[in-house]
Design a protein around this ligand. Sequence first.
Ligand SMILES: [Zn+2]
Length: 228
Amino acid sequence: MANEQKGSSGTSILSLPTEVLSEVLARFASSSSTDLFRAKLCCKLFYEVSDADNIYQQVSLDKFEIVPWQKNHKVSRFLEKCRESKNPEALYRKGVVDFFTDKHEDSALECVEEAANSGHADAAYALGIIYIFVGGDELKRKGMRLLKKSRILKGRVKLCRDNLLALLRMIWVKNPVFLNPTPICCAMTHERKTSSWPMDADEVEESTCEGYACDEEIGAICAALPYG
Ligand SMILES: [Zn+2]
C-alpha cells in the first residue's frame, strides 16, 4: 500500500528528532491527557519521549479531579511532576487548595503566584483575592490592581470567580484569614480624598469605585465559602 511504501522510505514519525516528537506529543497532551497516555503505551520511543518536561508542563488536567476522593500514588506522582515542570493548572490547583485549607501557606502562595505569572487567569483572580485578604496596605492594593486592572482578567472576572467558587466548594476552608472578612478596599481607595476633602468622602459614587467593586468580589467569595 502507498502508506507502507512511504513509511519504509524513512519518513516515519519515529525518525523525527526527539525534540520535535516531544513537541508533537505535548500538543496532544495539552488538549487531552488520555491521548498522551495512549501514545505512551504505543511504543518504547513514545514512552521515553513522553517523559519530557515540556509535556508535563502543557498536559491538560481536565480529566483529573481537582480534589481526588482517594489518594492514588501514581496520580499524585504525575501531578507532582506537572508542578515541577511548571504546569500552570497543576500549580494553581495545589496552591489554592493548600492555601485555603491552611497547609504550607508560603509554598502554596508561591504556586499561585507562579501560575498567575505564566498567564493563568484563574490563578490571577485567586491571587488578587488572597492578596486582599492577607495583605497589608501595599499587598491589598496589588490585589485590587490584579482584580480590576490586569489584562489577563479583562472580561473574565465572572468566569474566574465561578471557577474559584466551584473549587472552594470541594474543600473545607480552614485558613483563619478567610474567617472574618472585613470589606476595606473601598475605604482604602478614598483615603487620600478623605484627607483633602473630608466633606465629600461619603458622596462618592460607589458603582464606579474600584475598591467597592473589590469588596463586592470578596463578599461574593465569602458568602459561598464552606467552612470546616
Ligand atoms: Zn469606594
